[in-house]
Design a binder for this molecule. Structure first.
Ligand code: NAD
Ligand code: LMR
Length: 326
């Protein structure tokens, strides 16, 4: 068996952490032949929950799990890490403005980026899940000048999976019949789930659904699914978010083949998205790197929606810049 890979998970004592860690320990993140060493990072108030989870991980007797460490020190958590799943974030509380949230999270993701820069492994891959995920990833990357920006990603795979599942439910087809769905922009209600390149059993999805359903039901349903889950469940999505994080990293490491998916990656200016922003794109993973799918035609309907979500990302970037966080 190979040398264990160190996987760091922040916010490990929270809901997503609880759903995520057992799947990593069972080999679903990196594959059935790859042993893992888990590092759980929490703030002092969350250490008890993370320590309890560590005890349960031990009780799982997972053959691939070569140890679990719990700490409140980012440098200890990230030391030698090849994968960092940044889940822990400051949630918005009553009376908090968006700028307060960005500032509070800047205080988390700046130091975590700096710690990753100093102590993580050379092959580090980062997935930011904690909201506002795209901008948190941007802040972390800005504090890690020695780590290529392409290694910092934010999670829109849950939005992508929701977009696929909603279309499958509408048409009564299995999810594997669907290809070419794209989520563009921010992981927020401004995101744009785009079916204009999607196919269902090889047929264009746009031939199978009408435009009104697309504009008035499908797009808002997917974009506001996080709020729907909160309203129905009483707390935000956890197991589906953990599942999407597994999908994202597994595809990043193993490759996607010709299939494409969605991930928020650093923009190279493709599709008019300003260079340097971390925005969701159609992506393929090739040789361990995300590549933005090129050459897609963007019609006026899509252009307007992509631009609106990207404008929100620009506003978030400008806000954190004004706060001195970039
Ligand atoms: N990108 C997505 O698709 C997506 C989906 C669902 C949830 N989320 C976001 O993921 C985050 C976590 O969700 P959750 O349900 O697990 O929340 P949670 O409140 O259950 O857990 C968050 C944990 O993070 C910890 N934490 C806070 N600051 C930390 C820090 N500086 N270092 C380490 N740990 C820290 C908290 O103590 C807590 O235990 C939230 O920001 C949520 O909005 C994103
Ligand atoms: O929407 C939220 O606040 C929660 C999360 O980001 C989600 O998409 O489920």
């Amino acid at each position: 068996m190979s040398t264990p890979v160190t996987v760091a998970v922040t916010g490990a004592g929270g809901q997503i952490g609880y759903a995520l860690l057992f799947r990593i320990a069972s080999g679903q993140l990196l594959g059935p032949d790859v042993p893992v060493r888990l590092r759980l990072l929490e703030i002092p108030a969350g250490l008890g929950a993370a320590e309890g989870t560590a005890l349960e991980l031990q009780d799982g007797a997972f053959p691939l799990l070569h140890g679990v460490d719990v700490t409140d020190d980012p440098r200890a958590a990230f030391d030698g890490a090849s994968v960092a799943l940044l889940v822990g974030a400051r949630p918005r509380t009553a009376g908090m403005e968006r700028a307060d949230l960005l500032e509070a999270n800047g205080g988390i993701f700046g130091p975590q980026g700096a710690a990753l820069n100093d102590v993580a492994a050379d092959d580090l891959r980062v997935l930011v899940v904690g909201n506002p995920a795209n901008t948190n990833a941007l802040i972390a990357s800005a504090h890690a000048p020695d780590i290529p920006a392409e290694r910092f990603t934010a999670m829109t795979r849950l939005d992508h999976n929701r977009a696929v599942a909603q279309l499958a439910a509408k048409l009564g087809v299995p999810v594997h019949a669907i290809e070419g769905v794209i989520v563009w922009g921010n992981h927020s209600a401004s995101q744009y789930p785009d079916l204009s390149h999607a196919t269902v059993n090889g047929r264009p999805a746009t031939e199978l659904v009408d435009e009104d359903w697309l504009a008035d039901e499908y797009i808002p349903r997917v974009a506001k699914r996080g709020a729907e889950i909160i309203a129905v469940r009483g707390s935000s999505s956890a197991a589906s978010a953990a599942s999407a994080a597994i999908d994202h990293v597994r595809d990043w490491v193993d490759g996607t083949g010709d299939r494409w998916t969605s991930a928020a990656v650093v923009s190279d200016g493709s599709y008019g998205v300003p260079e340097g922003l971390i925005s969701s794109f159609p992506v393929r993973s090739v040789d361990g790197r995300w590549e933005i799918v090129q050459g897609l035609t963007i019609d006026a309907f899509s252009r307007e929606r992509i631009d609106a979500s990207v404008a929100e990302l620009v506003a978030e970037r400008d806000a954190v810049r004004a706060l001195g966080l970039l």
